[in-house]
Design a protein. Structure first.
Length: 431
């Protein structure tokens, strides 16, 4: 019997969006489980609610079988510029909708459909159709669809398995589980492999055969080597402050190449558009403004990052920071890197410094400051990690997440200390 990984966090979001008059757009990195969520988990939910099977229309634009139903061929669609004929698709859907009852239209990888914005817009005008689509590229979906529908699009961004979802199928304790999760990530296909060798092989295959090839093909990247070199540099420096100019200088010194900052910026955007990496901007906590100079980049899946550098560079503190970032994004926070400017007197001189808060997390009117520290057993290290909190001059909640096995507690300064396992597995504790 196949292992079923429940994705209740996202399934509940879909259920809450039913019949809201919007197109529900599920975005996310390829192979994170979007199709399974839509065509299996959500489909099973609809059937359990009594929806007749002939009132649920499922169509995958990367499926040879589905394309054959409308007279299209995958062979003819190998070119990036060639899209599925919208007229053939419309005729097929018209043949499936035969009465006045409600219909659910579940469309997978909809960016492969020609004129898909107009097609979806047309279905939005039909009250009896509840529309759900998936796609793997922000350029096609997050930006185009949501803009095109001007308030009539509802995006649900899906990520690889969270640690909690990972532990639902991991056969072991949470301590070993976190190490496994940080090393091989949460792509469902990888998690369900039988051993570490298979996981490593699958990750390398996914990166080479799907992610890189997809980006190069979609964006018509001419210099493949340059693009992959930038990817390697980003992979080796997760959680480090950087920008296109800094990366260009690194590239020049290592590769003796004349790549421009503009090209580097474009490559970084390709990686973000494909949801492989996400960026966090610097935010001046006291000045209440963004600092545009530098950003941090985190991988949506650490397994992909580790595979890219052949599992050579496993810095547990940086990986832990990446895991926390992903968890916060999944929970719906807008996450920035905090900067706290201070002036310190050293002898007879005064020096300006910038203290860093790993994450400034905003969700509506709520704000939380979070520091990630692998261990704070040493008093000096503990003081160093907590020092920026005392310089913010505000009363927003302040949280220290550590790998140390300490029970959740508040310090005398009002800082909430929680271990990484409780943070990841018991989300209500952060509230």
């Amino acid at each position: 019997m196949d292992t079923v990984i429940k994705r209740d966090f996202y399934l509940d979001k879909l259920i809450r969006c039913k019949h809201n008059g919007l197109v529900k757009t599920i975005t996310g990195i390829r192979r994170c489980g979007k199709s399974y969520l839509l065509n299996n988990l959500f489909y099973d939910h609809l059937r359990s609610e009594g929806v007749a099977d002939d009132h649920i229309v499922r169509f995958s634009f990367d499926s040879a079988r589905d394309l054959n139903r409308i007279g299209e061929s995958l062979i003819d669609l190998e070119s990036e510029d060639r899209k599925v004929d919208p007229n053939k698709f419309l005729d097929y859907i018209d043949s499936r909708i035969s009465d006045r009852g409600d219909y659910y239209l579940l469309l997978d990888e909809v960016q492969m459909l020609g004129c898909f914005e107009s097609v979806l817009n047309g279905y939005l005008r039909e009250r009896k159709i509840d529309l759900y689509v998936t796609g793997s590229n922000a350029k096609f979906l997050s930006k185009d669809v949501i803009t095109e529908f001007a308030g009539r699009g509802d995006e649900i961004h899906m990520m690889p398995l969270s640690f909690s979802e990972f532990m639902s199928v991991y056969k072991g304790n949470r301590y070993d589980g976190l190490m496994q999760y940080m090393l091989y990530g949460g792509i469902p296909l990888v998690v369900l492999r039988d051993n570490d060798e298979q996981r490593a092989v699958t990750l390398n295959s996914l990166f080479k055969e799907i992610y890189i090839r997809d980006i190069i093909s979609r964006n018509k990247v001419r210099n493949h080597g340059e693009f992959e070199d930038i990817l390697d540099i980003i992979s080796s420096s997760i959680g480090s402050l950087t920008n296109p100019e800094k990366l260009r200088n690194t590239f020049h010194s290592l590769k003796k190449s004349e790549i421009s900052s503009r090209t580097v910026k474009r490559y970084l955007q390709y990686l973000e558009d494909s949801f492989i990496v996400q960026s966090a901007s610097r935010y001046d906590v006291r000045g209440k403004k963004y600092i545009a100079a530098l950003q941090k980049y985190y991988f949506s899946d650490l397994g992909l990052r580790n595979a890219r550098i052949n599992f050579r560079q496993f810095e547990i503190s940086h990986c832990m920071e990446n895991v926390i970032f992903n968890e916060l994004v999944m929970r719906g926070y807008n996450v920035d890197v905090g900067v706290v400017p201070v002036v310190e007197k050293i002898g007879e001189t005064r020096e300006r410094k910038q203290l860093e808060i790993d994450f400034v997390c905003n969700q509506g009117s709520e704000r939380i400051y979070i520091q990630s520290a692998y261990s704070v057993q040493d008093p000096d290290k503990r003081k160093q990690e907590m020092r920026p909190f005392g310089k913010t001059r505000d009363s927003f909640r302040k949280v220290l997440i550590t790998n140390d096995m300490v029970p959740s507690h508040y310090t005398d300064e009002g800082i909430f200390v929680i271990n990484i396992y409780d943070f990841l597995l018991e989300p209500d504790k952060l509230k």
